[in-house]
Design a protein around this ligand. Sequence first.
Ligand code: IMP
Ligand code: MG
Length: 371
Amino acid sequence: MSIIKLHDKYFKSYISDEQIQEAIKSLVKQVYEDCKDETPIFLGILNGCFMFVADFVRKYNGDCEVSFVKLASYQGTNSTGKIKQLVGVNEDLEGRTVVILEDIIDTGNTLQEIYNIFKDKKLKQLKIATLFFKPDVFKKALHIDYVGISIPDKFIVGYGLDYDGLGRNFADIYQLTSKPTMTNIVLFGPPGAGKGTQATFLKEKYGLVHISTGDVFRYNIKNETELGILARTFMDGGDLVPDDVTIKMLKTEIEKNPDANGFIFDGFPRTESQAKALDQYLLDKGEAISGMVALEVPEDLLVQRILNRGKTSERPDDQDEAKIRNRFNEYKTKTAVLKEYYQNQNKYFGVNGVGDINEITKRLSNVFDKL
Ligand code: IMP
Ligand code: MG
């Protein structure tokens, strides 16, 4: 659940893949009831329908044929100008049952064209199935046989549908929303990458509030807040603090800063379920994670850095190479899922963390400026 940006517009999670599949199942059942005694031709209207048709026919267990067409405009010779034609009809459709599979019916203009085109094709019957339907906009007296999900008059993307070319690849449906007002960054980096140093600098530069999970934990435990005491009971028992306790602590921190321009999250989220909870929490406020910015530093270099630090610091875990490597392995296995999680939302930004501190700040700023 999240807000994504396509070109200049923002879209929020709206209909999940699971809900879509449920709707398709129900459509398939209805169509099958009506067509099981014959071999229908399922005709997808490209481009938007490609995912819908693929999922629909996979769930359809009777004999059927599948084909795709495109509606293209051409300049007519008559005075009305644009006329639509179907491109790519290879089958002889005479006497056949054709089921049009549409991704979305909005004004019904496209549907009107379809009815016109098939009027004189001598079909046995023409049926219309649409996955999405906007009843508030549809003003035509045209019949629609099967409707998957009716939605309000708001622009959607995903599952084959696009906004100016983008968004077709998402498995879920997203709905147009207003621009989030905050910049919320998840700052990531392996141990020793210099996250703390950079966060201090960046929060000043961008007027953001830096929330370090470690600090939040220490604060709650030291001050014996309700959540601190609760966290303690798990830690004393040698258990990890459950996600919901951590999330509650983080929310309390966020709520302490109602006027913030945004937040830098440091050490959070650590798990996919934390990331999802954070997304949902922000979504309820009309906000979102703007990006995960990760400092990328080769492991060998970091091990060397930490070992050097270990020569002067008293930390025994900074002196043992095997232990350091183990910390990295943990980091890699735990964060790999998060990297993928944000990558799937097109929100992962890797930044080269090798070099001079100021140089790295500059690189990070280049990313922050875009978010
Ligand atoms: P019509 O208004 O019913 O003719 O729909 C025309 C076409 O507009 C559809 O086939 C879609 O390609 C596109 N369309 C309508 N509403 C949406 C939407 O909410 N998201 C993406 N495309 C849409
Ligand atoms: Mg369409």
